[in-house]
Design a protein around this ligand. Structure first.
Ligand SMILES: Cc1cc2nc3c(=O)[nH]c(=O)nc-3n(C[C@H](O)[C@H](O)[C@H](O)COP(=O)(O)O)c2cc1C
Length: 216
């Protein structure tokens, strides 16, 4: 294979561009937090990653979620499957912040009952106060270990969270094990403001997979 020619072609095919967003395709999570009056807030996010039992989340500093976590550092990271995207999009123009922050006023409205607005059902949690979202196949109860300002003007918050309990729908668990079956779990992916499911069938598995061949 002529690697020199391949490299040259790849280089000339790329454009140096300035996109307005860099949402390159990450799973959607619905965060439940507790409002000052004890009611739940519910907000979609997609800036999240997990390492071990730590989940790190990126939040706008002016939202209700960031304010709730600063005061009451408990949450549930609810992971919707791809078919739930209409419910996620019903939440998209809403904020639990009142009054609506000036920067959001043209596109967002205040909604105190996010569960009702999205037609989703709260389900009591076991280790934290905010409820789970019953429809989400994966629900991670968590506490905030660190909440730090970030961004050029401190306009974001990075929440480092410790997962204290994991709930998984039986349909996505390999029977008789503690493992999620990656072939059954279909996360909702947010890619440049469009929603996708994962393209099945599976392409292959990583060398540390504990579920390879579990569906004989
Ligand atoms: C699919 C999707 C992904 C989003 N990802 C994030 C995110 O990662 N971080 C964030 O702060 N806001 C994100 N947003 C925007 C928030 O949901 C929005 O600011 C909302 O008003 C926050 O609600 P709250 O003010 O009640 O916390 C996302 C919205 C959608 C629809």
């Amino acid at each position: 294979m002529n690697t020199t020619a391949t490299t040259a072609t790849a280089t000339t095919d790329h454009l140096a561009i300035s996109p307005s967003i860099l949402y390159f395709g990450t799973p959607v999570a619905l965060l439940t937090t507790e409002n000052p009056d004890g009611t739940p807030n519910l907000a979609p996010i997609s800036s999240a990653w997990a390492l071990g039992h730590t989940v790190v989340i990126g939040l706008g500093g002016e939202g209700r979620t960031a304010a709730n976590l600063a005061e009451r550092p408990e949450l549930v990271v609810n992971l919707p499957s791809a078919d739930l995207w209409p419910a996620v999009e019903r939440l998209a123009p809403l904020t639990g912040a009142h009054p609506v922050p000036a920067a959001k006023r043209s596109a967002y409205r205040y909604e105190p009952d996010k569960f009702g607005a999205a037609s989703l059902r709260p389900q009591p949690s076991q280790k934290v106060r905010p409820p789970r979202v019953a429809e989400c196949p994966l629900q991670l109860e968590a506490t905030v270990r660190n909440l730090t300002p970030a961004g050029p003007d401190g306009e974001f918050r990075i929440a480092e969270c410790e997962v204290v309990r994991v709930h998984a729908a039986a349909s996505v668990v390999v029977p008789g094990t503690q493992h999620i079956d990656p072939a059954e779990w279909n996360p909702l992916i947010y890619s440049f403001r469009h929603y996708f499911g994962l393209a099945h069938p599976e392409l292959g598995y990583g060398f540390r997979s504990q579920t390879a061949g579990s569906r004989a």
